[in-house]
Design a protein around this ligand. Structure first.
Ligand code: HEC
Length: 219
């Protein structure tokens, strides 16, 4: 019985761990409330990402032509909007920063953001982007990542746009990064329903077949 209980509690462990992990940031994460089906938001997020993040960060597993296809742009539009025609449509989405510069300037290499949404979640990215504050000495710090070497890159929007527009910008960027983390996510979710519907129909058919086979047999 004891053994059974141990096994049972071990099975429950994966359900408990993410909750504990979420508490590990030392701050309550704010919900990003982003929506992968909102293509306008994804388009805005991609452009904001290009303007505010690509100076330091890559999303090296994405190519511009894939982004164009998924976000409803033509090949010409994507390179115009995201690279000011500086890249080819088959290029990967690489930072504009030259090798080694980040190390010299910030003492740390900005991480590639392809899988950041999978690693830390969109709520974390949204919270991180919107939790910059200035301490008494006027130095910028961040509640989600204390002492971070990333500057408050959205400061311009934070100062000059309304709080709603500022939150929306962070939401759009988080949305784009969730998309980049798994570009086929919507296809996967939509296909999932079709597969389950197919299996249900199959279940009905096999049940009817079984009844047919056993019809004349007494049991
Ligand atoms: C001036 C360069 C620079 C720009 C521009 C920049 N970042 Fe960063 N970013 C960094 C550096 C450096 C780090 C590593 C921070 C650290 O470890 O303290 C980082 C880390 C991150 C992280 C990981 C945080 C963590 O918990 O490890 C995320 C997410 C991120 N950046 C998102 C963004 C987004 C989104 C933008 C655009 C809105 C952006 N960054 C723009 C330099 C930059």
């Amino acid at each position: 019985m004891k053994k059974l209980l141990t096994i049972f509690s071990l099975l429950l462990l994966p359900l408990v761990t993410p909750v504990q992990a979420a508490g590990g940031y030392g701050i309550e994460l704010k919900p990003a409330e982003n929506n992968l089906r909102d293509q306008d938001s994804l388009q805005r997020g991609a452009i904001l990402f290009s303007n505010y993040c690509m100076a330091c960060h890559s999303v090296k597993y994405m190519r511009y032509n894939r982004i164009a296809r998924d976000l409803g742009w033509t090949d010409e539009e994507v390179v115009a909007k995201m690279t000011y025609n500086q890249n080819r449509v088959v290029d990967n989405v690489m930072t504009r920063m030259l090798d080694g510069v980040a190390m010299d300037v910030m003492g740390v290499e900005p991480p590639d953001l392809s899988l950041m949404s999978r690693l830390k979640g969109t709520d974390y990215i949204y919270t991180f982007l919107t939790e910059y504050y200035q301490d008494e000495k006027g130095n910028w710090n961040n509640h989600a990542l204390k002492g971070t070497s990333m500057p408050n890159v959205l400061e311009g929007i934070q100062r000059h746009a309304s709080p709603e527009d500022y939150a929306q910008a962070a939401r759009d960027i988080s949305n784009f990064l969730e998309y980049a983390g798994e570009p086929a996510k919507l296809e996967r979710l939509d296909l999932g329903w079709k597969v389950i519907a197919f299996l249900l129909v199959l279940l009905l058919l096999t049940y009817l077949l079984k009844k047919e086979y056993w019809r004349d047999i007494k049991h």
